[in-house]
Design a protein around this ligand. Sequence first.
Ligand code: PGA
Length: 256
Amino acid sequence: MRRPVVMGNWKLNGSKSMVSELLSGLNAELAGVTGVDVAVAPPTLYLDQAERLIKEGGNKLILGAQNTDVNNSGAFTGDTSPEMLKEFGASHIIIGHSERRDYHSESDEFVAKKFAFLKENSLIPVLCIGESEAQNEAGETEAVCARQIDAVIKECGVDALNGAIIAYEPIWAIGTGKAATAEDAQRIHASIRAHIAKESEAVANQVIIQYGGSVKPENAASYFAQPDIDGALVGGASLDAKSFAAIAKAAAEAKA
Ligand code: PGA
C-alpha cells in the first residue's frame, strides 16, 4: 500500500508574515490527521523560518524546496545546493517543474542530472512531468511522460525511482482552473506506472505518482479515489491553510 503524499508548491509567493500565518494555520489544521505525508515547498529564502515553525508545530509537516543545483558548492552564482537544503531540514525537492523547463530552458537531461544529484545526497526528488496543451491535443501525452521518465532511467537506472515521487502535471491544467478529469488522470498515471513496470515491476508498484494541476478541495477526493493517484502537488490552493489541509485530509480518508 502506497502512503499518499500531498505537497504544496508555493512557487514565488510568500513573506515572513505569510509564512508564519500559513504554517501556524497548517499546524493547527493538521492536528490529529494521520495516513498522509504533507509537505510544503516555500521559496528557498524562507526555509529557515519554515523549519523553525514546523518544529514548533510538532513536525507534522515535511519541509521541501522548489529546485536544486547539481553542485554542492563552487562558482555557481544564484544557485542552492542539496547540502544547503538538507541543512535547513528540506527533504522533498521539486525538480523539472514545467515553469522551470519553460522559463529556464531546463532539458530532460538536465532534470535527470538534478534527480541523480538529489539521490546522491539522500534527498527525495519530486520529479514533475507532463504534456503541453498542443501535445495533449496531438495525442502525445503518454509518449511525452515516457520520454521525461526515460531520461531519468537512462541517467540513474530504474532503481533510482525507489523512494522518489513523480508528479504528473498536465501543463494546460496548471494554474488555469481547468483540471484534468480524475478518469483521464488515472489513465495517464496507469500508463506511467506501466511504463516503469517494463523496467521493474517492483519499482513501479512502490513509486508515488501525484497528480498536479488545479487541485482544489472540491475536486481532490475524485483524484484520490483513483487507484494510481497517490497524492497531489498543489500550487494555488496550497497558499490557504484550510484549503490545503482539506486536500491532505481527503487523501488520508481516500487511502485509509
Ligand atoms: P496549481 O499548480 O495547483 O496552481 O494548478 C500546480 C503546480 O504547478 O504544481
